[in-house]
Design a protein around this ligand. Structure first.
Ligand code: KG4
Ligand code: ZN
Length: 347
């Protein structure tokens, strides 16, 4: 009888921002466990992630989260083939916690170490849907810290086509939610209230940065919302307190629609440029249903239609499944790091 091939189990570790996460994924696609300790409650009152608070919370949670991931997966440390860790980009004081834990376990258990780019991991979360997408493919990664377009013709080396020159899309959602006095993180709060709003109520700017540009800019729209709520000279009182729920819903819907217009247009442009057959989408903002629907429409009406692969919602925001999954491909390619691995803020 043919002997069954042993699955390759990768332990993934993610601490780039405000989620402490660990996961065990077999062969890049079989999710055996996924544990996430979210810090949303700790950062809520500041309206954004405070690096020192994030770092301290990662230190408290990292080993319990890793232990739980291993236990939940029903494996022993002997069954783990390698340890993959996001080492860039992100907050250095946060990344260092995951990197130190991964290096320690790699040394203590004698397991290979794999360095993962967090943004490439977000892209990988769309590949979880279909391991071999038709190429060429454009990948849109929209998160709290980044907004990027990639040419995904080489699976382990996506080529950057464009990125934000100021705020990321998710950051704009968070800041606008702050202006509108909605809860944190802002993306889900804006999406929820926008359902009751009119997306055509206010015409917020859509910054395209010149013909053919694949870069993004979202600071202008954030400022436009701020002026709308405080007056152009910023001397007027914040009108939000006296606004009706409907007015706030209209602002949220109009803002969301403007951001999505830009994301969809630029993705379409990138797809035209490289003749993409597939569009991959990942990152926290990709959890937004309106964005998913608009991308679906764009792909369906293209000639010929394009295949849209969006990360499952649970793997849009930061998680370690995407880290472990990409780790498998690096494992197979023999791309290992050593114990000199350091965190890098940019990447
Ligand atoms: O990928 P992620 O978890 O962290 C980073 O790598 O930055 O993304 C977090 C971002 C936050 O800005 C959050 O507001 C946004 O994703 N987000 C959303 C939604 N869910 C999360 N934005 C729009 N609509 C959503 N449903
Ligand atoms: Zn992320």
């Amino acid at each position: 009888m043919k002997e069954k091939r042993k699955l390759i189990n990768i332990l993934g570790i993610e601490t780039s921002c405000d989620e402490t996460a660990a996961a065990i994924v077999a062969d890049g696609k079989v999710v055996k466990s996924s544990i996430i300790a979210s810090q949303d409650k700790l950062h809520e009152k500041y309206g954004g992630v405070v690096p020192e608070i994030a770092s301290r919370a990662h230190i408290e949670k990292i080993y319990p989260v890793i232990s739980k991931a291993i236990e939940r997966a029903g494996v022993n440390k002997e069954d783990i083939d390698a340890i993959a860790v996001a080492n860039q980009p992100g907050l250095t004081v946060a990344l260092i916690v995951g990197v130190t834990a991964a290096k320690t376990l790699s040394f203590a258990w004698g397991k290979p170490l794999i360095a993962i780019n967090h943004l490439h991991a977000h892209l990988q979360s769309a590949i979880l849907v279909e391991a071999n997408p038709q190429l060429p493919a454009v990948a849109l990664i929209v998160s709290g810290g980044h907004t990027c377009l990639y040419d995904y013709h080489r699976p382990l080396e996506p080529e950057l086509l464009g990125s934000t020159i100021d705020d990321a899309a998710g950051e704009a959602f968070d800041k606008v939610a702050g202006i509108l006095k909605l809860s944190y993180p802002g993306g889900p709060a804006i999406e929820e209230i926008a359902k009751k709003g009119n997306p055509d109520a206010i015409r917020f700017p859509r910054s395209m940065l010149g013909e053919g540009s694949l870069d993004f800019s979202f600071s202008g729209i954030k400022t436009a919302v701020l002026y709308y709520c405080h007056g152009q000279d910023m001397k007027g009182e914040n009108k939000v307190d006296s606004m009706s729920k409907q007015e706030i819903a209209d602002i949220a819907a109009s803002f969301q629609s403007a951001v999505i217009d830009v994301l969809v247009k630029k993705t379409e442009l990138a797809a035209e440029k490289i003749g993409a057959k597939t569009i991959l989408v990942g990152g926290g903002v990709a959890a937004n249903t309106e964005l998913r629907n608009r991308l679906e429409q764009m792909c369906g009406s293209a000639d010929p239609p394009k295949k849209l692969l969006v990360a499952p919602k649970r793997y849009c925001t930061d998680n370690a499944v995407m880290v472990a999954s990409l780790g498998y491909y690096k494992f197979k390619a023999g791309l290992f790091a050593d114990l000199t691995l350091e965190p890098q803020a940019s990447g």
